[in-house]
Design a protein around this ligand. Structure first.
Ligand SMILES: Nc1ncnc2c1ncn2[C@@H]1O[C@H](COP(=O)(O)OP(=O)(O)OP(=O)(O)O)[C@@H](O)[C@H]1O
Ligand SMILES: [Mg+2]
Length: 485
């Protein structure tokens, strides 16, 4: 059979008989249940205990056998498929082609699989040829937020704030490295012993980071933050208990009145999600410029300019830092500037922008409390090599930052806005702040869920007048009434 997806000289076609589906597998073990296990590619089920199941010897052998068949068929696919033509092939054409080639292969090898085993195998091979192999089903699974690979045999995912070990594995370290190479070479980067870590963005927008041996001691480490096509909006965040209606009203006023906002939080605490939600409150007629290391924000407004910094190339040249982007952004007449995460020298330009007419700018920062966020800003200024007395640095920060929103991932995996704090000015050398809303915890219930509620502290906003002039008159009760949880 001639196919434009095959290389010039196709292999001879094997007996038709092998293609007929048989219900009895040639591999001797009972197939139906085993097939789904051997093929983690299907849908890895969430597990409670973070330990892989202990497999009996038969099952192990069966898996080994399937793995061998997979490797053999993969080789055959690479020999046979015309990779250049694949780019233009539709998914269904390609699936059919792969199925046909594999059926030939299985027949030649004299292997007969059950229908289920065969479907899983074809899907795995399709993923291997076109995508990221064993990671594909996890990337497709919408309930997975993060994928964390610790060497070829241990892959964790985060679902609903909780980490779970999956049954998904790579064949060996080489297989894992091949997938990493595939990802980084697609973005013109390289990762090897001399260049052992890399950041990249996957085709679907997911954020990818890898570190390979010898820096990664027990095998390559990969972290993927999955790109959510629909970022959580204000309403969903309220529904999930991230904050309350009253807090949302307050934040809407803060954004509308062009307060400069810093979202602070630990890693994976929901900073970017919060920043995205806050930026959705910006009016449609404002010109917004976003600057990120990996473009994650999804703004709905029409007037948005997005920038993504760039690491140096293999010769160490061509880097464009967030600071470069920020400096350039200031010449592009923005109404608001949003920096995905401030972590280095760009802090100077960020503070300057906030202080000089780009009110309403926003960023995130890694810190564990509002006070901590301010110290982090001070440290970053010091590390950027600016010789300025501490008091002057603090004065800069106090007049630049108006609001610090603290995001947190609690023990039970839930993410909440645990504090909204206003920066009110300076008293002597100290930056003064007042907390307006907080999440008060009482303890943990029998299911491990954190018990607590949001409450206003009773203090009225320092920016009440500003809110009023901007058309946001907040009712008194939001500062006094304990919110129902
Ligand atoms: N309130 C929430 N409820 C449920 N899931 C959430 C909530 N906030 C964030 N998430 C999910 O948690 C994951 C991490 O969120 P996000 O990327 O915003 O964290 P981050 O603090 O920016 O992380 P990093 O420090 O890695 O940049 C995402 O998959 C996001 O969809
Ligand atoms: Mg983030």
């Amino acid at each position: 059979m001639f196919s434009r997806y095959r290389k010039a000289a196709p292999r001879p076609k094997a007996q038709q008989a092998a293609e007929t589906e048989r219900e009895t597998p040639l591999i001797q073990q009972p197939p139906a249940k085993a097939a789904t296990q051997a093929a983690p590619a299907a849908t890895p089920r969430p597990r409670k205990a973070p330990m892989p199941p202990v497999l009996n010897e038969k099952e192990l052998k069966r898996r080994e056998k399937l793995a061998e068949i997979r490797v053999e068929l993969h080789k055959r696919l690479l020999d046979t498929l015309n990779l250049a033509a694949l780019e233009y092939a539709s998914e269904s054409d390609l699936k059919n082609e792969i199925a046909a080639i594999c059926a030939d292969g299985l027949a030649e090898m004299g292997v007969v699989l059950t229908r289920e085993e065969r479907a899983t195998l074809y899907q795995e091979l399709f993923d291997e040829v076109t995508g990221l192999g064993p990671l594909e089903p996890l990337l497709r699974d919408d309930t997975v937020n993060d994928i964390l690979v610790n060497g070829p045999k241990q892959i964790f995912v985060e679902r609903a704030g909780k980490l779970e070990l999956t049954p998904v594995v790579f064949k060996d370290e080489k297989h894992l490295m091949r997938v990493i190479d595939k990802i980084v070479s697609a973005v013109g980067r390289r990762v090897d012993e001399s260049n052992p870590y890399v950041d990249a963005r996957l085709k679907d927008g997911s954020r990818f980071n890898a570190m390979v041996p010898p820096i990664a001691v027990d095998g390559a480490l990969v972290s993927i933050r999955k790109f959510k096509k629909d970022k959580l909006g204000i309403d969903e965040l309220i529904k999930f208990g991230a904050f309350t209606e009253e807090m949302a009203m307050y934040l809407r006023a803060a954004v509308g009145a062009h307060l400069n906002i810093v979202v602070s939080g630990g890693t994976g605490s929901g900073k970017t999600t919060t920043l995205n939600a806050l930026s959705s409150m910006i009016a449609d007629n404002e010109r917004i410029l976003t600057i990120e290391d990996t473009a994650e924000l999804q703004l709905q407004q029409i007037h948005v300019g997005r920038m993504e910094s760039r690491p140096p190339n293999v010769e160490g040249k061509g880097a464009v830092t967030q600071r470069d982007c920020l400096r350039n952004a200031l010449r592009m007449r923005p109404d608001r500037i949003i920096v995905g995460e401030t972590r280095g020298e760009e802090v100077i330009d960020m503070l300057q922008a906030m202080n000089t007419g780009h009110d309403g700018s926003m960023t995130t920062i890694h810190a564990n409390s509002a006070r901590d966020a301010v110290s982090r800003l001070e440290n970053m200024v010091a590390m950027a090599g600016i010789e300025m007395p501490l008091k002057a640095v603090r004065a800069q920060i106090a007049s630049a930052v108006h609001l610090i929103v603290q995001a947190s991932r609690l023990q039970d995996g839930s993410r909440r806005m645990v504090s909204i704090t206003e920066v009110t000015g300076m008293e002597g050398d100290i930056i003064t702040m007042q907390e307006i809303f907080r999440f008060k915890r009482y303890g943990i219930d029998e299911n491990g869920k954190v018990m607590g509620h949001f409450e206003p502290t009773g203090i009225r906003s320092h920016f009440s007048d500003r809110f009023k002039y901007s058309g946001f008159e907040l009712p008194n009760h939001i500062y006094t009434q304990k919110a129902a949880q």
